[in-house]
Design a protein around this ligand. Structure first.
Ligand code: 3PG
Ligand code: CO
Length: 555
């Protein structure tokens, strides 16, 4: 029968503390002026790269290697940390939704049948990120859902859009709104009362994460549910164009707006008897809204009016909280993660990041599960992030504080694994501010040094890796790999992640001298790291895990 007990590794000892460092948004790319990791002074990461060749390598962090629909999909933190922690490749939300839409199964499930009850007398509201980024949501999935729901009885539909500019180019919101408006007008021709009802930029409206700033969710609630916002427009296209024309405006941070009719009344507040679907498949930035929509007891902000609705998520966002309770597509079942195995085999773990990435090294790492497996063996520490700022104004973020916590955890002798996420390359990279991203990369490198020094002191082992690329390429490229120029001849800053591979470096005084990377694995990816880490703790990985990256020479 099944057993949680991991076999002993035949050659590697137990009891060496292992530091697992994930540099968020730290890929490997050609050296040029748009590669902030190259431009920045990163002596520690450089020394790992230029050290023993059998202890540094690249792995895939995007596309099918991390369970995304295709190899054109850039990596992201959810799928990256899922793969790192779970050691296997699961078909991820994006792909599961694609399949459910293609087969039509999405319309046969409990979730759709539940919201459908409201179609006769109520409005169907769709709330989510409007882009083709494929990280949190995808426009084509929204289009299919609009079509499918209207064919199955939805007569009044309101879409509440969140503009992107973070997983896609800044400024692309206008085109996405045009596409959506066009679809909605075709629905109207068929007699369906379909409109965009509200909107706002994803980073300022609704899509906060890990409870960093509830005001973000409140702004969305006011616009989407109450129909109230500081800006009122007759159409979403006018809204987005007008708000983008303000100085320093960008898609990520557009202020909230509502669409009003000729009498100035909001066209789509959420009312008793309505149905609501949050169309994002990715959890982290939807879970806060899901709580506001679903929980009877809720004290994070004053909801003012709590409509009696039928609510479903595109996916269930939190498997532990079972939130939301209704959903259109079942999430990947990411069970038996390395964290759960290790804790059940006596490994004590410390995990830490700052708020904006805290859930990455805990919730995502553990297969989209909140909380501890065993609180007597685990300690998760969250360092509060700066809130209400864009991280280019404070690009060092909390890297130093995270590193110091990791150092102290290592020196305490209480933990077998000390795991951190260093957010700088990613969070500052997403701002598109190249100078700040250079500062960010240097800060992350300095944090790595603190952790590696502590590993040295305790005779431990380190595994330094990343979840996907971002800071190593800050410009949109043409097919030849040269910066793609826009109509006015300027470069286009890339705020999004990339398709680049990421490094894995291992070392430390506790590492068995015979350990080296194998060279017999075809295109390994992030999912190969979990078995590797289990080996370094002295265990063999479960048989169905992606194979380990290391082998141990006899000497
Ligand atoms: C975000 O949510 O900030 C971006 O869409 C993706 O970034 P992450 O995958 O690095 O969190
Ligand atoms: Co990112």
């Amino acid at each position: 029968g099944f057993s949680w007990t991991l076999p002993d590794h035949p050659k590697l000892p137990k009891g060496k503390p292992v530091a697992v460092v994930v540099l968020d948004g730290w890929g490997e790319a050609n050296a040029d002026q748009y590669n902030c990791i190259h431009v920045a002074q990163t002596p520690v990461m450089d020394s790992l790269k230029n050290g023993a060749p059998e202890r540094w390598r690249l792995v895939k962090a995007h596309g099918t290697a991390v369970g995304l629909p295709s190899d054109d999909d850039m990596g992201n933190s959810e799928v990256g940390h899922n793969a790192l922690g779970a050691g296997r490749i699961f078909a991820q939300g994006a792909k599961l939704v694609d399949q459910a839409l293609a087969s039509g199964k999405i319309y046969e499930g409990d979730g759709f049948n539940y919201i459908k009850e409201s179609f006769e007398n109520g409005t169907l509201h769709l709330i989510g990120l409007l882009s083709d980024g494929g990280v949190h949501s995808r426009l084509d999935q929204l289009q299919l859902l609009l079509k499918g729901a209207s064919e199955r009885g939805a007569k009044r539909i309101r879409v509440h859009i969140l503009t992107d500019g973070r997983d896609v180019l800044d400024g692309s919101s206008v085109g996405f709104v045009e596409t959506l408006e066009n679809d909605l007008s075709q629905l109207r021709e068929k007699g369906i009362d379909a409109q965009i009802a509200s909107g706002g930029g994803r980073m300022y409206v609704t899509m906060d994460r890990y409870e960093n700033d509830w005001d973000v969710v409140k702004r969305g609630w006011d616009a989407q549910v109450l129909g109230e916002a500081p800006h009122k427009f007759k159409s979403a296209l006018e809204a987005v164009k007008t708000l983008r024309a303000e100085p320093n405006a960008n898609d990520q941070y557009l202020p909230p707006f509502v669409i009003v009719d000729d009498s100035g009344k909001a066209v789509g507040p959420v009312l008793d008897g309505d149905a609501v679907v949050t169309i994002n498949f990715r959890a982290d930035r939807m879970v806060m809204l899901a709580k506001a929509l679903e929980y009877a007891d809720f004290d994070k902000f004053d909801r003012v009016r709590v409509p009696k609705i039928r609510y479903a998520g595109m996916l269930q966002y939190d498997g532990e909280l079972k939130l939301p309770s209704r959903y259109l597509v079942s999430p990947p079942e990411i069970e038996r993660t390395s964290g759960e195995y290790l804790v059940k085999n006596g490994i004590c773990t410390f995990a830490c990041s700052e708020t904006v990435k805290f859930g990455h090294v805990t919730f995502f790492w553990n297969g989209n599960r909140s909380g501890y497996f065993d609180e007597t063996k685990e300690e998760y520490v969250e360092i509060p992030s700066d809130s209400g700022i864009t991280f280019n104004v404070a690009p060092k973020m909390k890297a130093l504080e995270i590193a110091e916590k990791a150092r102290d955890a290592l020196l305490s002798g209480k933990f077998d694994q000390v795991r951190v996420n260093l957010p700088n390359g990613d969070m500052v990279g997403h701002t598109g501010d190249i100078e700040a991203t250079v500062v960010a990369c240097k800060a992350a490198d300095e944090a790595v040094k603190i952790i590696l020094d502590a590993v040295e002191q305790v005779g431990g082992i380190y595994v330094v890796t990343a979840d996907h690329g971002n800071a190593e390429d800050m410009v949109k490229r043409n097919k030849a790999g040269k910066p793609a120029l826009d109509k006015s001849g300027g470069i286009q800053i890339l705020t999004s992640h990339t398709l680049q591979p990421v490094p894995v470096a291992i070392g430390g005084p506790g590492l068995h001298p015979g350990v080296k990377f194998r060279n017999d694995i075809q295109t390994p990816g992030l999912a190969n790291v979990a078995a590797t880490v289990m080996n370094l703790h002295g265990f063999e990985a479960p048989a169905d895990y992606e194979t380990t990256l290391i082998e141990v020479a006899d000497n």
